[in-house]
Design a protein around this ligand. Structure first.
Ligand code: SAJ
Length: 413
């Protein structure tokens, strides 16, 4: 039997690695993106995302001819929608990219095809938004073509590994559609593949991220409570986590990224009155940058300069989306302080002025570590000490070696 031709719409954090994985496992793949710069870069075997192993996979996939790219889809056997679903100012899912991708598929669709939605979407979006844009007379979803929702669950920084090893949930418009999609993903998935219906699959993805958001919110609330009590929240959490049934996550400057800070709202928009804990967790986490800024202000003179280390939404990635660090910088500047922003992972971000390490600390009254990038451990505090105005460090992630910084003369908070 001929291998199915796969067309993937969206060559971002999920679409590009997924296209690469199908292609290096022998499937003919067409990667589609509306951004011509992305298309021309991938066409040369390049990548526009920093993700371990991705360059190698894409080079191999393009080099073998299995992965081609285009700005338009072509008739294929399988269409995978992997476009972003941003959050609107009203905290609702912006489905415009999903709608655009669905409309692009419609003219290419034929009997016997399969449409897979990987994008994260509010419950019932596949039924209410995607299918009506694709169906036409003589082409009925669930009868003439298959539709499934197969949410991605991979964590940035380990995307390729998790694409292979994670269990995968597939919700089908029919049980047979889900089984066909399972056979397709078996090309590279080694984890379990669990089959269900469309709406349950949509909800499972949102529930996973909401669970993590609520857990981090609990940790962040503990950090506020501990500040009032004058104790160390991390010590409280670490000791509580010795209980066999307790697993509290790490507090931090807030929850960022395009998933955990966004997806809980997709549940809240559908069932606002029932999703009370979910909305409360969002409020706690969104309040953390202001809490960090209060703690900074308490330690520096008015209008002082503060060095902020770590601008991405989490450690060891280059992604700035919904980053709490940028909110900390904005609030500080709004309060009349100056901020030297340093992040070794951030390049090509003209919208924010990223300083070098030396520029960031020059004349600073406080260094604030917001993200635990691996690279920060290699910074020698003795080299930093002569550059700053006051030797003070606020290590929000408790990541640096306190004894080493104290030995270099820093007061550590
Ligand atoms: N964070 C904390 N404390 C923690 C863990 C995370 O403050 O203990 C913060 C991070 O600093 C970051 C945010 O939460 O700002 C989110 O980071 P993350 O590492 O928890 O998750 P993401 O957004 O990178 O990826 C998540 C993952 N979801 C779950 O773990 C349930 C991933 O598996 C999903 O595929 C991804 O969302 C997605 O695409 O939805």
């Amino acid at each position: 039997m001929a291998l199915p031709r796969i067309c993937i719409l969206g060559l971002g954090y999920i679409g590009l690695p997924t296209a690469g994985m199908f292609a290096v496992n022998g499937m003919p793949v067409l990667g589609v993106d509306v951004n011509s710069a992305v298309v021309s870069q991938v066409a040369k075997g390049g990548v526009h995302i920093a993700e371990p192993g991705l360059r190698t996979v894409i080079q191999a996939a393009v080099g073998s001819g299995a992965l081609r790219v285009s700005e338009r889809p072509e008739p294929s056997d399988v269409f995978i929608i992997a476009v972003p679903t941003p959050l609107t100012a009203e905290k609702r899912a912006d489905l415009s990219f999903v709608e655009e991708a669905s409309s692009m598929i419609a003219p290419c669709l034929a009997k016997g095809n399969m449409v897979i939605v990987e994008s994260t979407i509010p419950p019932r979006t596949t039924e209410k938004t995607v299918i009506p844009l694709i169906e036409r007379p003589g082409l009925k979803a669930g009868v003439d073509f298959d539709v499934v929702h197969c949410p991605e669950r991979v964590i940035p920084g380990k995307i390729l590994l998790e694409l292979v090893e994670n269990d995968r949930v597939i919700g089908g418009i029919t049980a047979e559609a889900a089984r066909r999609a399972e056979a397709l993903y078996r090309a590279f998935v080694r984890g379990k593949i669990l089959l269900t219906d469309l709406v349950t699959a949509e909800m499972v993805k949102l529930v996973e991220n909401s669970f993590r958001d609520v857990n981090v919110a609990f940790a962040n609330e503990l950090s506020r409570i501990s500040a009032v009590l004058g104790i160390n929240a991390r010590e409280v959490i670490s000791l509580a986590n010795h209980h066999p049934r307790v697993r509290i996550l790490d507090p931090g400057p807030g929850v960022g990224g395009h998933c955990i800070a966004v997806d809980p709202w997709f549940i809240a928009e559908c069932v606002p009155n029932e999703a009370r804990l979910i909305r409360a967790a969002r409020a706690v986490n969104d309040g953390m940058p202001a809490f960090v800024v209060d703690r900074i202000i308490a330690r520096v003179p008015e209008k002082a300069k503060v060095a902020l280390w770590g601008l991405t939404y989490k450690a060891d990635v280059d992604d700035l989306r919904e980053s709490p660090s940028l909110e900390v910088a904005r609030l500080l500047r709004e309060g009349g302080f100056s901020a030297g922003l340093f992040d070794p992972y951030v390049r090509n971000a003209p919208e924010i002025e990223v300083a070098t390490l030396e520029e960031s600390v020059k004349d600073a009254s406080l260094i604030v570590l917001l993200v635990g990038h691996r690279d920060f451990r290699f910074i020698n505090p003795r080299v930093v000490a002569p550059l700053v105005r006051e030797k003070r460090l606020l290590d929000v992630k408790q990541f640096l070696d306190r004894a080493e910084w104290e030995a270099a003369g820093f007061i550590c908070h």
